[in-house]
Write a protein of this length. Sequence first.
Length: 104
Amino acid sequence: MNSVLVFAIISAVFYCVSMVAMKYWWSVPTPGLTALIVVTLLSAGAFELVALQNERLGLIYVGILSAEVVIIGAASLLHFNEAYSARETAGIGLVLLGTAIAWT
């Protein structure tokens, strides 16, 4: 696997962890949760910077977005028991298709 893609995926994982923490922040706004959000956002940004060092901005953006769609999509379905409409599912599919086209 391409190292740039690995850094983009790691960045997406950190962004997703921060998003999940943000979802909990409104019900449990603790200093620890706030610190988790800050640290994961800074970590995501750091990995994104490394990925951007050797790749175009658009490809990194699309790669991170696509990884986030998959990770957050799974988290919202499996952990938060949220459902997607047909329109939202089609949008997810288009993001993934666009990423596949961009990265080939």
